[in-house]
Design a protein around this ligand. Structure first.
Ligand code: GLC
Ligand code: GLC
Length: 811
């Protein structure tokens, strides 16, 4: 069942009912100011940091779930309703929500009054615009009252929902000329305030929540709205809000536009006040002035649209499959940009007060956005590297505000360091910026202890080598990519975290996943050394990768697939000998990606086993069979009910590793089958099962052992976005940046006969036409560049041309 449709021309998903199976959300803002907004206008906004600078309140896991946002109420003689349906929930005659690139437009029509609200953050500003267009489509004059509503968060989102002995006494506002200023804490250490204003005289206002709602009422029945009269309340402590009241009269056919601005202002300390106790409002007034006309807002909207056209212009596919095109051209790269902005902090599943930026997460995310924003990717790499320790190990997370490593979670996830190499190489292959390798970067953020980025990468590589176990395979530490495979943890205390609790001292638990990763990344690293003329180092790295490969073949292969790990006692995990958890997805992906077993049939057997044991109609589960009870020697993985999360859920993040592995065996039909199964656009028709947004990936879909097989959780902020983008663009469609040009090596379903790709790479536009006359999956027979035939499928990047036309004939 569908709840809307894709409007590809406008790059929007159009939702046709407010009653989606779950709130379907979008993100506003891309620089300093961000908002989350659902299809019924729920959500909140913040400046830079969702915990410390939250402007509006949001209660997670509320009843009903998505209650609280930027709401409007319309009141007339008949009664009152919300044009965004929530929070009043009165039926509308027409409803539509368009989630676009960085904006959301919600239209509600009732009794021939059409209200369209555009929510957006203009480029370069720390404000949200709520543009309300009202149109009387009736033949009679309409008179009604419009109320706005937002609830302020007292800045620190964590204190705001825990520390009531303080927060109930500190709330403070000012009202000036119809604009409501939120200035809690401003009299002491804060030099920031927020404001909510409108480009129209107001007939009333409220700033105290109880006064507006009435003490016993919810957001769906504010007393002020029911009575059609604001209380003109001035908050003092308790819960400050902002609500404007405007009386409106529209002639038949008449239209009116109101522009509401919700903004964040920082004042220099010496300019905080304009009189004792009165905040300096100059900066806010300037913004209210700047956006007080329909024209100004319209231009800001066009500029935002243009900005996204630019970002999304770097890779455009044109195929016979519109679902594929909309994933690759619009929604997947859009989601990748969201993971760049948010990492794992603020979504409808992550509250924005907990986790910082993950070391491994951020490195992987980079694969998905490096071509869109290479300069920011460069900065990101250097920030991440600066949190690395001198022995090559890494903080598992760091705080985006301070850019320092996070002590509470610390280190010891032994896959972490290697991801940095992968990210750095992806960046250089995209940009050709080898200079980044010489950039001086601190260790553990200590400016007195620096090393070049290249030295950091060496230390990452050596960290694995310095931490090998009895089989010469990498020690797993606290966990590897699978945060829940905690082999040294042995936790019996429900009050401690699996990820941070004291581990047993053991140097036996080994990860075949990290081994595969080490070989894959080692080969890449050797390639980099070679390219920069360090042949000796290239040989050394390659030699270590070869040794690891041998160890994997000797000790890391079961009968038909790669083992997952050795536990604390040296026993096998992910083996046919085990009763549960016989086969895991991660090592099958990364070991084959590393090329292990391709020449002797082991790789093929492993991927066949994936198909046989892990494949379901909704994607590949993480392992099989699911653990049915908690196992001390395995940790958190066995704590989840069968079929959820790491315990045999379809953990979408690692499905693309299998897609990529399949392309290395040339099996394009399989690779694409796996792609299609989890790509959200293909799940639109089963939205009642999948339940989450059909335009973005979710971290997890319940596996075959779960009662609700096929149901997704945790949409938006997941490494799934970057890896699927990697799999489809570089390995299935097969356009891969290399150090000095593009490799074109598609691996597609046999029945695809033609694809066109436009790739902007280092400033040159490559128009690539791929033809498949013989119906093969892989293999390139002929390549012409600007009508000249060339040997091989490597397109050297020569910058004298600005456009190149490439024809590739498969066969
Ligand atoms: C979460 C984490 C990621 C981890 C994965 C598997 O998505 O953000 O770092 O690799 O779970 O446990
Ligand atoms: C839990 C989740 C896992 C996540 C980890 C770290 O263990 O299952 O997906 O990576 O928490 O936050």
């Amino acid at each position: 069942m569908k709840y809307g449709y894709f409007d590809d021309v406008n790059r929007e998903y159009v939702i046709q009912t407010p009653k989606t199976p779950y709130p379907w959300i979008n993100y506003l803002g891309g620089e300093d100011f961000f908002g989350l907004i659902s299809n019924t206008a729920g959500g909140y906004c913040f400046y830079k940091d969702a915990r410390f600078r939250r402007l509006t309140r949001y209660r997670y896991n509320n009843i009903p779930l998505d209650n609280g946002g930027r709401y409007f109420y319309i009141k007339d003689k008949e009664g009152y309703y919300s044009p965004t349906w929530m929070p009043v929930k009165k039926d509308l005659d027409r409803y539509e929500c368009r989630h676009g690139m960085g904006y959301t437009k919600i239209t509600g029509m009732k009794d021939h009054l059409e209200t369209e609200i555009l929510y957006m953050v203009p480029l370069g500003e720390s404000i949200e615009i709520h543009r309300v267009k009202l149109k009387n489509t009736d033949r009679v004059v309409k008179e009604f009252t419009l109320f706005s509503f937002i609830e302020f968060c007292l800045w620190n989102a964590y204190d705001d929902m825990t520390n009531y002995q303080r927060t109930y006494s500190i709330g403070a506002v000012e009202i000036d000329n119809g604009t409501i200023y939120h200035k809690t804490d401003y009299r002491e250490r804060r030099n920031h305030y927020s404001f909510y204003g409108v480009n129209h005289p107001v007939d009333g206002f409220d700033t105290d929540r109880d006064a507006f709602l009435g003490q016993f009422n919810g957001l769906h029945e504010p007393e002020a709205v029911i009575e059609g009269k604001s209380k003109n309340s001035v908050a003092s402590g308790w819960n400050p809000i902002a609500s404007h009241r405007i009386e409106i009269k529209l002639l038949p056919g008449e239209e009116k536009e109101l522009i509401f601005i919700l903004g964040y202002i920082e004042n220099p300390v010496e300019e905080k006040w304009c009189a004792k106790g009165i905040i300096n409002k100059k900066r806010a007034e300037r913004l209210l002035e700047k956006y007080n006309s329909s024209d100004a807002v319209h231009h800001a909207f066009l500029a935002l649209k243009e900005h996204w056209s630019q970002l999304l212009s770097k890779f455009i596919v044109q195929s016979h499959d519109e679902k594929l095109d909309r994933m690759v051209n619009i929604w997947n790269p859009y989601q990748c940009m969201t993971t760049f902005n948010m990492s794992r902090s603020a979504s409808y599943f992550e509250t924005g007060i907990g986790r910082g930026m993950g070391f491994r997460d951020s490195n992987q995310d980079l694969l998905g956005f490096v071509h869109q924003i290479p300069e920011k990717a460069r900065e990101r790499i250097l920030d991440i590297a600066a949190t690395q320790f001198e022995d090559g190990s890494a903080y598992h997370q760091y705080q985006p505000l301070t850019k320092k490593g996070n002590h509470e979670i610390g280190s010891g996830f032994n896959d972490d360091p290697l991801w940095l190499i992968l990210a750095a190489i992806a960046y250089i292959k995209e940009t050709g910026d080898f200079d980044i390798l010489d950039a001086q970067v601190p260790y553990n953020c200590d400016p007195n202890n620096m090393g070049s980025l290249l030295e950091h990468l060496e230390k990452s590589f050596d960290y694995t080598l310095n931490n090998l176990g009895p089989h010469g395979l990498p020690l797993i530490g606290r966990a590897d990519w699978n945060d829940c495979l905690n082999l040294n943890c042995f936790s019996v205390n429900p009050d401690e975290s699996f990820q941070t609790c004291e581990n047993q001292k053991g140097r036996r638990a080994e990860s075949i996943f990290i081994a595969g990763m080490f070989v894959y990344i080692g080969k890449e690293f050797a390639g980099l050394y070679k390219r920069i003329g360090k042949e000796d180092l290239a040989r050394r790295v390659l030699h270590e990768a070869e040794k690891m490969k041998d160890n994997v073949e000797k000790y890391g292969y079961d009968q038909e697939w790669f083992l997952r790990a050795y536990d604390f006692y040296g026993d096998k995990i992910g083996s046919a000998e085990n009763e549960e958890g016989k086969i895991f997805i991660e090592p099958q992906g990364f070991c084959v990606m590393a090329g292990i077993g391709i020449d002797n049939g082991k790789a093929q057997m492993a991927l066949d086993a994936v198909d046989k044991y892990l494949n379901t109609s909704y994607g590949l589960v993480l392992q099989h069979p699911a653990y049915s009870e908690y196992k001390l020697n395995l940790g958190e993985i066995s704590s989840y009910p069968p079929g959820y999360k790491e315990n045999a859920g379809i953990f979408c993040h690692n499905n693309p590793w299998i897609m990529i592995a399949e392309t290395l065996l040339g099996r394009g039909d399989k690779a694409f089958e796996y792609y299609r199964k989890i790509a959200p656009a293909y799940l639109e028709e089963i939205s009642e099962v999948h339940r989450l947004e059909p335009y973005v990936y979710a971290q997890m879909i319940a596996g075959k052992d779960a009662l609700r097989h096929g149901e997704a959780k945790n949409s938006w902020l997941t490494g799934t976005a970057a890896w699927n983008y990697e799999a489809i663009t570089k390995w299935i469609l097969g356009v891969r940046p290399d150090y000095d040009g593009l490799i074109i090596d598609p691996c597609i379903p046999k029945d695809w006969d033609h694809i066109n790709i436009k790739r902007i790479y280092r400033g040159v536009e490559y128009n690539i036409s791929i033809k498949n006359p013989e119906g093969v999956s892989k293999g390139v027979k002929k390549v012409t560049v600007d009508h000249k035939e060339q040997t091989g499928n490597f397109i050297e990047c020569l910058d004298e041309a600005s456009v190149r036309n490439i024809e590739v004939i498969m066969g």
